[in-house]
Design a protein. Structure first.
Lengths: 120, 551
């Protein structure tokens, strides 16, 4: 069965870069994810928000890729946020403790609110 | 032999035995080589006249409304001596005027009559010999045609049966002497599915074989581009219609099997309905559609069924069901349906069983009237994996009433874990589990399948992963079996993933698979045989936890 390629689009906002993700996060997603992250980082934002709203499948390789993004964010002292995960993947983020190390929000709006609150 | 005529000639040519003789006359000319042949129509009254005349007939004074008589007179025939053998007019001796210009004498006539009496049987024998030669040549021509037709047909039939793990295919083609237009085909489609074709061209011999050959080619081309059997048949119909002679058409069944989940999608262009056996019930697979080649722009209904483990489907042509015995009874659809229901795969495969029953029905010395084609598709009975058997044996609460919800195999290719997720989710839908439990099961199934494909089967597409889903009132169990001996993801199991260690580069970022599985299900059992390795995922359905706590 052909895997659905991941699509990633970066939106730069003040203090935050948003990466909109669509499709599956699996072993084929590494390049897309790393390029999008590099693009997001280019504007030197304080925060990078991963918007998972269009993502319907994340496997263990996908989790590993997100861990590697988290490692990069921590190395450059950026906050990494997650929004738009389904309840199932929120639970997986909790089980893997990703949720302890990157704030997880239900929606992009809630995440951006948090970014504004942190800045003020 | 001396005849006192200027020229002489004879002979009637015989048409078909059923018709009255249609004599032709070779009219007298100056030299025998220049004789002109005159035809006598079968209804010409002169034939009856000659047949009953007692000897030579002087036609000059004959009064008959006969075109042949006019023709003879025009050709200067004076005397006609009928050659009659066993009461049948087989030829004429036609004589022109005597060279001496005198009339034929009584002696002449006696001599000619005598000659005719002796000649007639010899001419008759010669005619029969000639007739037999013509018939032999015609028969040889027909035999040659049949050899060509059979060659075309058999060249185009599949040389081997496709191999799919968990499935058995069978095919039998038995041409009648006249060679009908039966055909069957297997199409191994690029997405891993299998196309099955069984068809029959009306008519026989070379014309039917040629139409069969072109239909088969067009169908192969259409099937490789189009996914839906109904659309394929519609396209084939439009393409073959202009070339099919008006008195011919093609019936054709086209089905596509997904060997992973047993789904069989099919469409039918007026062909005999296949029989689907499930347990002891045998049903026809209905789908409406006109035969191919009758008229363009036809639409073909498409239906689907699921072949469970142990199920079988028989595709066939009318040569079987329309076979007659010596009492002119027909083998019939009803008999076929009953035989399929009674058949036990453990005794003999279905094809030899049916052929044996056909032989019993028709009796010895039966001349086959039409081609017989049988194609069988059989899904293997499930075999319980070692790990599943062990678990069931240990867990007394789930020992009884456990049913197989589904069983399927997946080629070991990256991404195919999505197939396993979807199939398992479909199979457990009837259990009406809370959606969050289904999501967890899907993740566990996907991770276990990925491990099986990658670590067990080394991503070799031809080595399948087998998935079996069982349910009892107490538990849902999913067995995922690969062909590797060692347990997958051993490294990850030995080292529990720690995200802090991973972020500090003390652990690889990967290694989450087994950890996720353990957290998604209530129990995880791993068993290895010599050649297989099975991971069994268990969700407790009554009295168990909801799977939230790590096992």
């Amino acid at each position: 069965m052909a895997m659905t390629p991941l699509e990633a689009h970066v939106r730069q906002q003040s203090r935050v870069a948003i990466i909109d993700l669509r499709g599956e996060i699996n072993s084929l997603s590494e390049d897309t994810l790393q390029k999008a992250y590099a693009e997001a980082e280019a504007g030197n934002p304080e925060t990078i928000l991963l918007n998972f709203e269009g993502v319907d499948y994340i496997n263990s390789t996908g989790i590993a890729l997100i861990v590697s993004l988290l490692a990069k964010a921590r190395a450059s002292h950026r906050r990494l946020l997650a929004a738009g995960l389904s309840a199932h993947y929120v639970e997986i983020f909790e089980i893997t403790r990703l949720a302890d190390l990157m704030s997880v929000f239900s929606t992009e709006a809630q995440a951006l609110q948090d970014v504004s609150a942190a800045a003020s | 032999m001396a005849v006192q005529g200027r020229n002489w000639s004879s002979f009637l040519r015989r048409r078909k035995r059923v018709e009255r003789p249609a004599p032709s006359i070779i009219a007298p000319q100056s030299r025998p080589a220049d004789t002109t042949e005159l035809q006598i129509a079968p209804d010409d009254p002169i034939i009856a006249y000659f047949q009953h005349s007692s000897g030579a007939v002087d036609i000059e004074h004959l009064k008959l409304d006969s075109p042949a008589l006019e023709a003879m007179r025009a050709a200067s025939v004076r005397l006609v001596v009928p050659l009659v053998s066993q009461g049948e007019l087989i030829g004429l001796l036609n004589l022109g005027p005597r060279l001496s210009q005198q009339e034929y004498s009584t002696d002449d006539r006696a001599l000619l009559n005598n000659l005719a009496t002796q000649t007639a049987p010899a001419v008759r024998v010669a005619q029969l010999v000639r007739q037999k030669q013509v018939e032999d040549q015609a028969r040889e021509r027909i035999d040659q045609e049949l050899r060509v037709a059979r060659h075309i047909q058999q060249t185009l039939l599949p040389k081997r049966l496709p191999q799919f793990p968990g499935w058995q295919l069978g095919a039998h083609y038995q041409p009648a002497r006249a060679v009908g237009g039966d055909f069957y085909d297997f199409l191994e489609l690029s997405d891993g599915r299998l196309g099955l074709v069984v068809g029959d061209v009306t008519d026989k011999g070379v014309p039917a074989a040629l139409v069969m050959a072109s239909t088969r080619s067009v169908l192969r081309a259409a099937a490789s581009r189009l996914e839906s059997p109904g659309v394929v048949l519609g396209r084939v119909n439009d393409l073959v219609h202009p070339d099919v002679p008006p008195n011919m058409f093609i019936t054709c069944m086209y089905a596509i099997l997904n060997p992973v989940n047993g789904n069989l999608v099919y469409a039918n262009a007026g062909h005999d309905l296949p029989f689907h056996r499930h347990g002891s019930s045998v049903v026809e697979l209905h789908a409406r559609g006109m035969p191919l080649g009758l008229m363009p722009g036809m639409e073909y209904e498409e239906n689907m069924t699921v072949l469970a483990p142990g199920d079988g489907v028989l595709f066939y042509s009318d040569g079987l069901v329309e076979a007659h015995n010596s009492r002119r009874q027909m083998f019939s659809f009803g008999r076929l349906q009953r035989l399929i229901a009674e058949h036990k795969e453990t005794d003999a495969p279905l094809v030899p069983y049916l052929l044996h029953e056909l032989e019993r029905f028709t009796g010895p010395g039966w001349e086959q009237e039409d081609d017989i084609t049988l194609v069988t598709l059989q899904r293997s009975e499930e075999v319980m994996a070692a790990g599943l058997a062990r678990h069931e044996h240990d867990d007394k609460t789930s020992d009884t009433g456990r049913v197989l919800l589904t069983q399927f195999t997946i080629p070991s290719e990256a991404g195919n874990e999505r197939i396993a997720m979807r199939q398992v989710a479909d199979a457990v839908r009837q259990l009406e589990l809370p959606p969050e439990r289904v999501e967890k099961l899907k993740t566990a199934v996907a991770e276990a399948t990925m491990n099986a494909m990658e670590h067990g089967n080394k991503f070799q597409p031809e080595v399948p992963v087998t998935v079996r889903v069982y349910a009892s009132h107490a538990a849902l169990s999913v067995g995922i079996t690969d062909q590797g001996g060692a347990p997958p993801d051993m490294g990850a199991r030995a080292q529990k993933p720690d995200i802090e260690a991973k972020l500090a580069n003390l652990q690889t970022a990967r290694g989450w698979g087994l950890f996720l599985i353990e957290n998604m299900v209530d129990e995880l059992h791993v068993t290895s045989g010599e050649h297989t390795h099975t991971v069994e995922l268990v969700l407790k359905l009554t009295g168990g936890n909801d799977g939230d706590d790590p096992a």
